[in-house]
Ligand binder design. Structure first.
Ligand code: UZR
Ligand code: MG
Length: 214
């Protein structure tokens, strides 16, 4: 097989926590999959690559800074991107936000024409940036992100309101200012407001759709 048969386009989507990254990625995936099929497009969330904290006691796990680039296993993500570009399947880890550990199960992920990567710290890593064909920064005001985050973490990630607010002040906001916001300079496209920006999604869909055709 030639290189062309394996060519894999990697699109990065980054931005603050609860800015709408996952929603943009899943909307693009759902709408493009209908046209090009599952084998041509897929999504990999950076969240799956949080390091496993199983080796330390629960009280220590609660103190880990999950908004710092060191909390991510970017090396494994990088290896997976390389493998996928070589036409090999990978086993994507699954993360448990309550236990702060990797689950026993993985998701078998086959190479695709287009892979959408989405996550808060992707653009802070030079190796990952270099694997991306182009990248997007979702630029949603922080107060909107915070409101969404409270709802999501209480409803979907087993948190209390107090713990969400404490984490927000301790790590989410400072790490956004230190790492995530400065990584915006590396994005090719900046999308204001988030997951319901239909004009932006349609433009991205047209652009990404070009790379998914059989
Ligand atoms: P998104 N996160 C946790 O709350 N617990 C963990 O064990 C691992 C991650 C949070 C993390 C970050 N921070 O803000 C968010 N904290 O997940 C990133 N505190 O996920 O991009 O989907 O919002
Ligand atoms: Mg998300």
């Amino acid at each position: 097989m030639t290189d062309i048969a394996h060519h894999c386009t990697i699109v990065g989507i980054s931005g603050a926590s609860a800015s709408g990254k996952s929603l943009i990625a899943s909307t693009l995936y759902r709408e493009l999959r209908e046209k090009v099929g599952d084998h041509n497009i897929g999504v990999i969330p950076e969240d799956c690559y949080y390091k496993d904290q199983a080796d330390i006691p629960m009280e220590e796990r609660l103190k880990v800074n999950y908004d710092h680039p060191n909390s991510m296993d970017h090396s494994l993500l990088y290896q997976h991107l390389k493998a996928l570009k070589n036409g090999q399947s990978v086993e994507i880890p699954q993360y448990d936000y309550v236990a702060h550990t990797r689950k026993d199960t993985t998701i078998h992920f086959r190479p695709k024409k287009v892979i959408i990567l989405e996550g808060i710290l992707l653009l802070t890593d030079k190796r990952l940036r270099e694997e991306m064909d182009f990248s997007i920064f979702v630029d949603t005001p922080l107060d909107i992100c915070l409101m969404r985050r409270i709802k999501r973490d209480v409803n979907e990630r087993g948190r209390t309101l107090d713990s969400v607010i404490e984490q927000y002040n301790k790590t989410v906001r400072p790490m956004f200012l230190q790492f995530i916001e400065p990584s915006k300079q590396y994005a090719d496209i900046i999308v204001p407001r988030g997951g319901k920006n239909r004009v932006a999604i349609d433009i991205l869909k047209a652009k990404i759709g070009e790379f998914c055709q059989d």
